[in-house]
Design a protein around this ligand. Structure first.
Ligand code: ZN
Length: 281
């Protein structure tokens, strides 16, 4: 199967672009967080006159905005002033229950949730902040980010709907990711520099050669192989096996105990215990 996949260049390219997007997310995450941290500092300065803390997490327990405390309302207004689509949000029924407004004055990550893309609020569980789609959404929605990031969202949408990517598209998509990572305020971050190195290799060399010649870090290579061959990463497989072994052991012990207690005579119990110890030794 592995050889067959390696002969399919379009599948290789698709995997390469998908993985490059993950690397892009790793490369840009700290930059995004730092920008939101700076915004959080600005908001705290703006709202320094608010001395009361929210004691009831209004966004979670008070669905109607009219019932929110003054602290949460002031923070909501101040945050939305930095949302590029605030007009749409105020017209629509925004799902505030996905975040805890009581934490807004203390936790920049809770403020960041206000800039998540729309789909996050209808997803079954809150997506991981490090998910590249979430990071891109934050950059698109928050006024702190002035870079045009729409073309990255376009790449992400393309690879989530089309499972084949041509050589030319692979090179172009990777270049788009590199261009953002190489902008002066992003490339300062070591994480961005690492991402640039790996994506450059993925852009210039086909995946088959990368795997055969081991051109990128071992861990990256393992993750790429897992994606390419649809294998679970080793750590997940180990966890799965340990879980299965524990379940089987518990089941066997339960059966043994049930048989032992079902044995009516003391002598029978004793004999069974001897057998059990003999076989477990
Ligand atoms: Zn409140």
């Amino acid at each position: 199967m592995a050889d067959a996949v390696l002969e399919n260049s379009e599948k290789q390219n698709w995997t390469t672009v998908l993985y490059s997007l993950t690397l892009f997310g790793n490369g840009i995450e700290k930059y995004v967080n730092d920008k939101i941290d700076a915004l959080h500092g600005t908001l705290n300065n703006q709202l320094h006159f608010i001395t009361k803390h929210c004691v009831r997490s209004c966004s979670i327990y008070k669905p109607e905005l009219s019932n929110w405390c003054n602290t949460c309302l002031q923070w909501k207004t101040a945050i939305l002033n930095h949302h590029k689509n605030r007009n749409v949000i105020t017209k629509q029924k925004f799902n505030w229950t996905c975040m805890d407004s009581a934490k807004w004055p203390l936790d920049p990550r809770e403020v960041q949730k206000c800039f998540y893309p729309d789909w996050c609020f209808t997803a079954r569980k809150i997506p991981n902040l490090t998910d590249v789609s979430v990071l891109i959404g934050c950059m698109i929605n928050c006024t702190e980010f002035t870079k045009n990031i729409d073309h990255i969202r376009h790449i992400r949408n393309e690879v989530s709907h089309n499972f084949t990517v041509s050589d030319e598209e692979r090179k172009r998509y990777c270049q788009t990711l590199l261009n953002v990572l190489k902008t002066p305020d992003v490339i300062l971050y070591p994480e961005a520099q690492d991402a640039v190195k790996s994506i450059t290799v993925l852009q210039q060399t086909c995946l088959k050669d990368i795997i055969e010649e081991r051109l990128i870090k071992e861990q990256t290579l393992l993750e790429l192989k897992a994606r390419l061959f649809e294998q679970k990463p080793l750590i997940e497989l180990t966890k799965q096996y340990v879980k299965e072994i524990v379940s089987i052991t518990i089941l066997v012990m339960a059966i043994c105990l049930a048989v032992w207690f079902a044995t009516e005579e003391y002598g029978g119990k004793f004999a069974f215990l001897i057998i059990l110890l003999k076989y477990s030794a």
